[in-house]
Design a binder for this molecule. Sequence first.
Ligand code: PEP
Length: 250
Amino acid sequence: MRKKLVAGNWKMHKTLTEAKVWLQELLSHTLPSSAEAALMVPFTSLPAAQEVLSGSPVAFGAQDVSAHQEGAYTGEISAKMLADLGCKYTIIGHSERRAYHKEPDLLVAEKAKRLLEANIAPILCVGEPLEVREAGEAVFYTLKQLEGSLQGVNPGSPHNLVIAYEPVWAIGTGKNATPDDAENMHDEIRSWLSSRFGKEYAAGVRILYGGSVKPDNAAALFAQPNIDGGLAGGASLQLESYLLLLGAAR
Ligand code: PEP
């Protein structure tokens, strides 16, 4: 049984103080036990997440990590630093980093290795741009990205890896993939994981859908057999909508 995961991606939103208030308010609610809640906050808000969420059932993590272990890499944050702050998950390969920072698959694979060495589960994002979907190449493109981003990566246990299928055309646009289209891609991703890591392993990996997940479409998406929750950007910024997403995951 895979427990559903509703991960919020705050992107470059909220100061340390705003994050602290938001997270304290989250914990003042009774959270559903059917899904795991996790917030991927800016690096600067990780100390607030550690202070407020430690000992609670809500997990947290970062939105990126350095591909290097340590050294002269000005401005970078290592997996060891994230582990020290209590991160359970960390996003890698988000399409915004692939597009704006030209991150290739092999760099994403190095980041996955660094996270796993530090006992942090990568939330690995993959997904096709609009022109690729329109050309009918979405599955081929996404599986190739998955293969490249996991090259040389040995996640050990299925709990150490989360995949997020995030079609680029759906991120921040208000246009989500239909539950059927998303389910079809998730099924393909699970089959690929099965051929790479074995059937039992693949059955334990959570595959999240991301791309304009909102309270009004979440239940239909999360009800699909291979959709194990969501990675939500915009809808994770307001407490009310994030709570509704959590409630939709059962
Ligand atoms: C994301 O940032 O990963 C995302 C899916 O954003 P949004 O939910 O706003 O489309």
